[in-house]
Design a protein around this ligand. Structure first.
Ligand code: ADE
Length: 241
């Protein structure tokens, strides 16, 4: 997957994209990520990228010129065979979730536009953006952290990025439920013991225990998720207990 990020702060991405699973994905050429500094494309000598909002009000708005020109440079560098989705990170966007991550993971190219200050000139959104995405109902100082969140959630779904052991299929949200608890060695840690069933070697029993725990945890912490999950009559009984 090709990912291009238009931002005023490319240095913010260095650690996230250069560490652990994302770095490995880049080394395996499953992920080709580049950050482009919008400021490099300003056509004024002061390299100014923002201005006061028309109509007055607090804050500054990112001007359209460097955004359109940096975007055009990216599109030209990608060539005509590539048909990217262009994502603007904004609290006004569609709420991001696992389903949205799965849909984006099927794309072969994503271009992120990260706004700062009060955001970007609406004309850049109207003419360039295909998807406006929010990572939650709160306001951050810019779109960089939200873009990293989306890139991380999407990248790990690209086939080959996670190894078999890291595979996502049993995780929270995959089944529509929150995940069961995990334990590792030692079996007895300062008197706190691992649930016996997990050391029994009986895989049927272990699967049943995990499903039951998932149901209990989801019911306790996120009952809203149960509305979208198909449960057997027996499972409905478990959460009613
Ligand atoms: N930019 C600022 N806040 C944001 C949010 N909650 N989601 C996406 N982009 C943002």
């Amino acid at each position: 997957m090709i990912v291009r990020v238009l931002t005023l702060f490319p240095e913010m991405f260095k650690n996230t994209l250069g560490t652990s699973i994302l770095q490995r994905a880049r080394e395996k050429a499953l992920l080709d990520i580049e950050c482009i500094n919008i400021r490099d494309y300003t056509d004024n000598k002061h390299k100014k990228v923002d201005d006061y909002p028309y109509g007055g009000g607090a804050g500054m708005v990112m001007t359209p010129q460097p955004i359109f020109d940096s975007y055009k440079a990216v599109i030209n560098s990608l060539g005509s065979a590539i048909n990217p989705k262009t994502i603007y990170m904004s609290p006004k966007g569609k709420p991001f979730n696992q389903q949205a991550a799965e849909a984006l993971a099927k794309e072969d190219c994503l271009i992120f536009i990260c706004g700062h200050y009060e955001g970007i000139d609406q004309r850049a959104i109207d003419y360039l953006v295909t998807d406006e995405i929010s990572i939650g109902d709160y306001v951050l100082t810019g779109g960089e952290i939200p873009a990293m969140v989306v890139i991380d959630a999407v990248a790990r779904l690209i086939p080959g990025v996670l190894s078999q052991e890291e595979s996502y299929q049993e995780e929270s949200f995959y089944s529509g439920l929150l995940e069961y608890p995990h334990y590792t060695r030692p079996r007895d840690f300062r008197g706190m013991e691992v649930p016996e069933v997990l050391t029994s070697g009986d895989h049927k029993k272990i699967d049943n225990w995990r499903r039951r725990k998932s149901l209990e945890i989801t019911f306790k912490k996120r009952p809203d998720l149960l509305k979208n999950t198909k449960l057997t009559a027996k499972e409905v009984k478990i959460i009613q207990e």
